[in-house]
Design a protein around this ligand. Sequence first.
Ligand code: NAG
Ligand code: NAG
Length: 370
Amino acid sequence: MRVNTPVLLFLGLLLFDSIPGLEGATLASIPGVYVFGDSLVDAGNNNYLPFSSRKAIYPPNGIDFPKHIPTGRFCNGKNAADVIAEKFGLPLPPPYLSLLLRKNAREAAAVTGVSFASAGAGIFNSDDQTTGQAIPLSQQLDHWISIHKQLTRKLGSSEAQIHISKSLFVIVIGSNDVLDYNRKLELRQKSNPQQYMQSIADKFKEHLKKVHETGKPRLLIFGVAQLGCTPEKREKNTTIYECNEEVNMFASLYNEALIKMLQQLKEELQSSMTYSYFDIFNSTQDISSNPARYGLADATSACCGRGKLNAESPCLPLPMVRVCSDRTKYLFWDYYGHPTEAGSRVIFDLVSADDSQYMFPLSLSQLVAS
Ligand SMILES: *[C@@H]1O[C@H](CO)[C@@H](O)[C@H](O)[C@H]1NC(C)=O
Ligand SMILES: *[C@@H]1O[C@H](CO)[C@@H](O)[C@H](O)[C@H]1NC(C)=O
């Protein structure tokens, strides 16, 4: 049989397209992706909090999302958790609170994955549990327990355990705790930066132990980014627009404490915990110093905003707020420093590259094959 060139070319493109990662890592399939965290991965849970002011429900948010509507994601399109689920061929994990009154959707999502994340959430409860501004990690875990029950009813206890052990839990949290320390004088007066960052990691450890008691998922845990280099923080450093190095120092200290805590927890659990840590701090530093290498043109200003660095106002439908002309070229979507969909895709390439210096102790393909 004669195979003509266009067919081969077409197949070649398909194959090339289906290989994610810088070094072409091939990923084993996983049954579900469950997401915990803050606004970096919120898929719309906060839309259901009547008292929360932290909601991305206004355009231009969502301008590149299917149907071009704001969904609660602080992004022009898909966020990092969406991109991960998509790369594994799974549906985008819907917000947990959107499922409460939808029995069939809840049963389906219990199996393929749910997002528990909430904008503004922290490892500490802060005052969110009482003010209803956000769903802190402790409460996100309660929501997971309820999905876990649903999963057990549906699959039976032993199948559910197997399902969880093969699933990926993506946890992106900690930024709000670090920023709280930066903002609140009373916290600074009580503890020095090392002590406080250690106390966040200690609290996180308690939460992770709870997760472990419900099953042994594969954990993908993000550190915190260069929080001193968001468009907002740079804009505040008038005239020179450099990063706020003190905030970066807090973020680094937290990441150091987190990395040690994870190693210790794995030892305490006699290696029955499977995890990998993604170093978003050093990876975004690398992207910021070489945006072109990652196909970006701008890794300092916000795509959506107003004024200097487009960081003098949040991304809201206000006069004067503008959206950058090429949204695929910006790392940051808004002044808070949430990445664009393009930014999240660049980050995913660094998460999934087999030789990534930013993922340890396991590469993503090792984590999902473990
Ligand atoms: C402004 O940038 C300089 C240079 O990086 C840095 O040393 C300083 O801490 C920054 N100041 C503020 C307020 O962020
Ligand atoms: C991040 O980069 C700094 C400076 O290059 C380096 O000293 C540090 O070890 C890196 N952090 C990690 C966790 O690899």
